[in-house]
Design a protein around this ligand. Structure first.
Ligand code: SPV
Ligand code: MG
Length: 290
């Protein structure tokens, strides 16, 4: 498991941390093998894995189990998406204790009311918490963590809620004042303009994290040119890649009347054995099975 300071160090060195969404230990392992710097333990992805909407239906226990299991398969720092923190500041206290103990390197808490509605849906009900109440949740998180390298990232949904840049900047500044280590600003505009404008106007010290799902032309080169952005989260590309692959293969098997064609286009069983560390099982069998 990654040292808690790894993520903090990368951010302090002004490296752009590339976090890939994951919804399972296997996707975490694949993200690490691909070369990503961190994992985004996405609420959206885990909800989708269960065929559920991302509207606070998945419990903290389910999400924590995923985070723990990811940590067993990957040494990358895990940025845990804890939505609204599962309730008020009292719930946040318990959540922070649990996620720190589970081995997460950071949590992202968003300023929506509980239960939340997923951010990117058209015409979603996006109600924000009173600024002072969310500051209390950030203060509770900071007061609860036992290691200062466990990052508390405050996420403002002001742009998602259509409240505009001024409100987003006001909230970001208030959350930094409450102790947040970083600010995640989310937008569902189809172009990077809204987020770029926010980042240019942001005068706080806290670095920024973004999730450019809705505005994919915001590539890493463009992010680096803008500066101030420390983490880019590829928010749902693991689950979308799985859905794409499964839909394609399932349809082809039915169309072809068998598995004879798809067989050459999917990974071999041996590759899955490798991911399962079957060699180790064989070696252990030789050693220990009399
Ligand atoms: C998630 O991946 O769960 C996120 C990012 O919070 S988004 O779905 O775009 O809100
Ligand atoms: Mg989420």
């Amino acid at each position: 498991m990654a040292k808690l300071s790894d993520l903090r160090d990368a951010i302090d060195q002004k490296l752009l941390v590339r976090a890939m969404a994951a919804h399972s230990p296997l996707s975490a392992l694949l993200a690490e093998e691909a070369g990503f710097d961190a994992l985004w333990a996405s609420g959206f992805e885990l909800s989708a894995l269960y065929g559920l909407a991302d509207v606070s239906l998945i419990s903290m226990t389910q999400h924590l189990d995923m985070v723990r299991a990811m940590g067993e398969q990957s040494s990358l720092p895990i940025i845990a998406d804890i939505d609204t923190g599962f309730g008020n500041a009292i719930n946040v206290i318990y959540a922070i204790e649990q996620y720190e103990r589970a081995g997460a390197a950071a949590v992202v808490i968003e300023d929506k009311t509980f239960p939340k509605v997923t951010s990117l849906v058209a015409d979603g009900r996006q109600d924000l918490l009173r600024l002072e109440e969310f500051q209390g949740k950030i203060r509770a998180a900071i007061a609860t963590r036992s290691d200062p390298n466990f990052l508390i990232i405050a996420r403002t949904e002001a742009l998602i809620a259509g409240l505009g840049e001024e409100e987003a900047l006001k909230r970001a500044a208030a959350y930094e004042a409450a102790g947040a280590d970083m600010i995640l600003v989310h937008s569902k505009q189809k172009t990077p303009d809204e987020v770029e404008s926010f980042v240019r106007a942001w005068s706080g010290k806290a670095p920024v994290a973004i999730v450019p799902t809705a505005y994919p032309e915001m590539n890493e080169e463009r992010i680096k040119t803008l500066g101030k952005i420390a983490i880019v989260i590829y928010g749902n590309h693991a689950i979308r890649a799985s859905v794409t692959a499964m839909k394609d293969v399932f349809a082809r098997i039915l169309k072809d009347g068998g598995i004879h064609n798809v067989n050459r286009d999917i990974v071999s069983v041996e590759e899955v054995f490798r991911l399962q560390k079957m060699d180790q099982v064989k070696a252990d069998e030789k050693r220990f099975l009399a």
